[in-house]
Design a protein around this ligand. Structure first.
Ligand SMILES: Cc1cc2nc3c(=O)[nH]c(=O)nc-3n(C[C@H](O)[C@H](O)[C@H](O)COP(=O)(O)OP(=O)(O)OC[C@H]3O[C@@H](n4cnc5c(N)ncnc54)[C@H](O)[C@@H]3O)c2cc1C
Length: 339
């Protein structure tokens, strides 16, 4: 057990000030459902935790006006069951409802969900050594140590966005839906406030896979904002996994359709479970624009979505699976009423 400091400020400004006072090694913590987990595995070793759960007003859910705004501390379960979200943005509700378990969704926040780390077996299992006493190399956990997943048991690894240093999948479901809807985050740090598209929070691994997010260490996400779109009601999050609940995606697709009868004006498509960061499928979106949505055009969009995919040893099935997941998600979303 490693000791660590603990502070529980009651405002976002006080949290940023606490971070500056605590110095290097400080980390924010919200629901704790992933950070405490990684601390127990000895993968994360923060010297000081700044617990943001006492910050007043940071859990507000606002659905009026021209955007949805979710305070970073809103529990996943509350956003997933919000009536406006369920009716007008099923892709958002489903991405949350199909994640983790009910107990976890009650604890976990929509802000913390953005920054969970990969479930790559070698990243998680290597740190404390295996029962056989082996510690697996992992460039994400231990920069420069190598990647045991490449050429190893790579069934769950990425087929898009991987590098010679890392093939780990970005695990979250919620960020996939947010990226499809062009959501952005509001951020507070020592340098002031700024906003950033959710898509730009995530780095490709390249040769620095330990650098996963673009947020500065002292910055805190205060809210997630989704611009309203008429594609929202015809949207869906389709998640394929090894079991129907309490499992991460093997492949998933977040889609939203703006349609004129059965013709697609605009499609929004993002992929999860197959890429090293939330993956916007722009080629698939372009393939559908102006087309009638049929099983054939949906399948063609699925193929376009996986453009550039490269399989490893055991995960080639993910390419076909993701293509079908996109096609099915499009057909599910198209059937949803806009009334
Ligand atoms: C068994 C299990 C199964 C799971 N299955 C799924 C699944 O199927 N799909 C899925 O998407 N997720 C899944 N999860 C992950 C779960 O959704 C996350 O653990 C949860 O969303 C994290 O939220 P939290 O508030 O608990 O974050 P914390 O653990 O408190 O923090 C996570 C990270 O976010 C940072 N952070 C937290 N809040 C902020 C903020 N406001 N600003 C900046 N940084 C912040 C922290 O510093 C930390 O690095 C699963 C988790 C478990 C344990």
């Amino acid at each position: 057990m490693r000791s660590f400091g603990y502070t529980r400020p009651d405002s976002a400004q006080a949290a940023v000030a606490a971070f500056a006072a605590a110095g290097e090694g400080a980390r924010y913590i919200a629901g704790g459902t992933t950070l405490y987990d990684l601390m127990k595995l000895d993968i994360e070793r923060p010297a000081h935790l700044i617990d943001v759960t006492a910050i007043r007003g940071l859990d507000a859910i606002e659905t009026g006006g021209d955007r949805l705004r979710f305070g970073a501390l809103a529990p996943m379960s509350e956003v997933a069951t919000n009536r406006t979200v369920l009716r007008d943005y099923p892709v958002l509700a489903e991405s949350l409802a199909k994640a983790a378990s009910q107990q976890l969704r009650n604890m976990a926040t929509v802000g913390g969900n953005l920054f969970q780390r990969t479930r790559c077996l070698y990243f998680r299992n290597g740190a404390g050594g295996t029962s056989a006493g082996t510690t697996y190399p992992c460039n994400k956990r231990e920069p420069g140590s190598g990647c045991a997943a490449i050429g190893g048991l790579d069934r769950g690894q990425a087929v898009l966005g991987q590098s010679a240093s890392c093939t780990a999948v970005s695990p979250g479901d919620w960020p996939i839906a947010l990226v499809a809807l062009d959501a952005y985050v509001e951020i507070l740090g020592a340098a002031g406030t700024r906003s950033l598209p959710v898509a730009e929070l995530y780095r490709l691994p390249g040769n620095t896979p330990h650098l996963e997010f673009t947020l500065a260490p002292d910055e805190i996400v205060t809210a997630i904002v989704v611009p309203k779109t008429r594609a929202g009601r015809r949207s869906a999050y389709h998640k394929i996994r090894d079991r129907e609940s309490y499992a991460f995606a093997l492949a998933s697709a977040a889609v939203a359709l703006d349609m004129d009868n059965d013709t697609v004006r605009q499609a929004r498509i993002a992929l999860g479970g197959v890429a090293t960061r939330p993956w916007r499928a722009t080629a698939a979106e372009a393939a559908l624009a102006g087309q009638r949505l049929t099983p054939d055009t949906a399948a063609a969009a699925g193929r376009a979505a996986l453009t550039g995919a490269v399989p490893g040893r055991h995960n080639g099935f993910k390419i076909d699976l993701a293509q079908r997941t996109v096609a099915d998600a499009l057909l599910i979303a198209a059937k949803r009423t806009t009334a």
